[in-house]
Design a protein around this ligand. Structure first.
Ligand SMILES: NC(=O)c1ccc[n+]([C@@H]2O[C@H](COP(=O)([O-])OP(=O)(O)OC[C@H]3O[C@@H](n4cnc5c(N)ncnc54)[C@H](OP(=O)(O)O)[C@@H]3O)[C@@H](O)[C@H]2O)c1
Length: 324
């Protein structure tokens, strides 16, 4: 892990050159014909925003992370000998070469840990990866067995972040995660949930337990985290990982063929995917967003959201009004 900062710096630089043009090319290939006057709902109707992937610091250490990460629920739960697995090899290549680092998984996502482990080993990506997995078990014995199995499936001897999945059995899981951190097997500990109904409990747990990270839902259609939880995380120096930026894909159904707002092109935003992610990372408390996809063109498009200017408050408010 000694070279992580160096890696992030070089990954960002790489992303601004050859890899960025490749990303823009990928996204353009996937685009429907675009009218210059009316940005379309498909990927990248405008040129890629210039510059490297934006980074955010983990408050407890200052370590920088690229703002666009990757989730694995559903999209990585595929058979190892399937065309979907082959597509994921391309997805992770685009992800790492485009400056990505954070991958979030869980023993709760059927075989996703195994798929992630195989992909990282095959591409030689492990040292570039900030790997996050979770604990989700109801006894100390089960937690220990689950952790051992996660390491085996992920083909690694450590993870960067170990989080308590949906705050389940926190009384045993959090002390266990902290023990692993003390042993140097885990760099950060965290808590996760994915529903606004859990925000109050997350706020309380964050205050009581002071984890390094929380992971929570936040999107144009579910902006509730911005009212108390995100400001509190910022005040308390807790890193924030955001899930469900696309509402598990449902947002794409809601936009249909609707054009992007008129200001999108000027803001360097060429697709709804970029728009939804840009909304999330425009909140200053957000450290990294972890959208899931198993499609190479969608992965390339997502990475473009990590570049260029953030949205103004007025633009964020307009999106919330549009999806409320
Ligand atoms: N409790 C927890 O800890 C918790 C709960 C929820 C989520 N998470 C984490 O957060 C990650 C993200 O959340 P999520 O996976 O629930 O939801 P999400 O990222 O909001 O949405 C993912 C879905 O969107 C689809 N999608 C992506 N780009 C698209 C596009 N351009 N057009 C149409 N569909 C598109 C994906 O399908 P394709 O694969 O076909 O592109 C996938 O089905 C998860 O993968 C997981 O790692 C954690």
């Amino acid at each position: 892990m000694t070279s992580r900062r160096d890696f992030l710096a070089s990954a960002s630089l790489a992303a601004s050159g050859l890899v960025l043009s490749q990303l823009a090319g990928c996204a353009r290939e996937a685009s429907p014909p675009a009218s210059p006057a009316a940005p379309v709902a498909g990927p990248a109707a405008t040129p890629a925003a210039p510059g490297p992937m934006l980074g955010r610091a983990i408050p407890s250490t200052g370590e920088q992370l690229p703002v666009i990460g990757a989730g694995t629920s559903g999209s990585y739960e595929v058979a190892m000998d399937s065309p979907q697995y082959d597509a994921l090899e391309e997805v992770v290549r685009i992800f790492f070469e485009g400056g990505g680092s954070v991958i979030d998984t869980s023993p709760n996502y059927s075989n996703a840990e195994e798929v992630v482990g195989a992909l990282l080993a095959k591409g030689g990506w492990r040292d570039r990866c900030f790997l996050a997995t979770k604990l989700a078990a109801d006894s100390r014995e089960a937690l220990e067995a689950q952790w051992a199995e996660s390491l085996r499936r992920l083909r690694t001897d450590r993870v960067e972040l170990l989080a308590v999945h949906n705050m389940r059995n926190m009384a045993e899981a959090l002390p266990f995660a902290r023990e692993l951190k003390e042993q140097g097997l885990v760099k950060y500990v965290g808590l996760t949930h994915y529903q606004a109904s859990a925000h109050a409990a997350m706020l309380q747990a964050m205050q009581d337990e002071r984890p390094d990270f929380i992971q929570i839902n936040y999107s144009v259609a579910s902006p509730a985290a911005a009212s108390r939880l995100l400001p509190a995380a910022r005040d308390q120096g807790v890193a924030v990982m955001i899930n469900r930026a696309f509402e598990d894909g449902l947002l794409f159904g809601r936009v249909g063929g609707r054009p992007l707002p008129g200001w999108a092109a000027e803001a360097g935003i060429g697709s709804w995917s970029q728009m939804f992610l840009k909304f999330v990372i425009s909140h200053p408390a957000v450290t990294v967003v972890i959208p899931a996809t198993g499609k190479p063109d969608r992965q390339a498009d997502q990475l473009l959201a990590g570049r260029g200017e953030l949205l103004t408050q007025a633009q964020q408010d307009e999106l919330i009004a549009m999806f409320s």
